[in-house]
Design a protein around this ligand. Sequence first.
Ligand code: C5P
Length: 232
Amino acid sequence: MIRVAIDGPAGVGKSSTSKALARHFGFAYLDTGAMYRACAWWCLHQGIDLDGDQVDEQQITEAVAEFFTGDHFDIGVDPDHPSITADGEDISEAIRSSEVSSHVSKVSNVIPVRHVLIAAQRAYIARESAADSFSLGRGIVAEGRDITTVVAPDAEVRVLLTAREEVRQARRTGQAVAGAGVGGEDVAARDRADSKVTSFLTAADGVTTVDNSDMDFQQTMDVLITLVADAV
Ligand code: C5P
């Protein structure tokens, strides 16, 4: 069983590389950002106000607890068909909307919400390591902001995937040179909001930093594949 933990800021290409890495090794794939996005989507869907500086943390916590314990939420960990559902409805695309992106930090910064999600994420990771349960392979790639430090600090492979801010902004907006927020979201603003509760801008002890500012997708993959292959 190999657990691969990948953290990093917005726009660095974590999801596409983590998914491809899981596919390469036949591992399961856990997108923890999608879980936080699903919670934000659920709160918005419930009519909870996420605008303004002060949100109702108790209301958010109760809604997220119901989302999980009431069995409304489900996630698929097959990297070929990653899915997120709410009451059976596929919300994989809805959680990528700019409305969710701009509100997700309000939900992920609520500490009791993090406790619910961290416990669920640890359970998914443990499930993939149980020999007698559903498993796509001998391991899992889990990506997010606090996987290397909080969710799975004992993972066999721990990587901080990062890139210079202007490169990440350009990737997000799809432009060669982009000003913050032009034609897309302001990744720096979301990183600032997220940094209040998670530490993903510098690598923790024992975590390998991979700066892919000057790498293309395949070069990034080659580095990650080598790191995992060395641990297998
Ligand atoms: O990775 P992605 O950009 O989809 O993450 C969406 C949001 O989920 C982040 O901006 C952050 O607020 C939250 N998140 C988190 N902890 C994680 C993964 C994501 O707080 N492990």
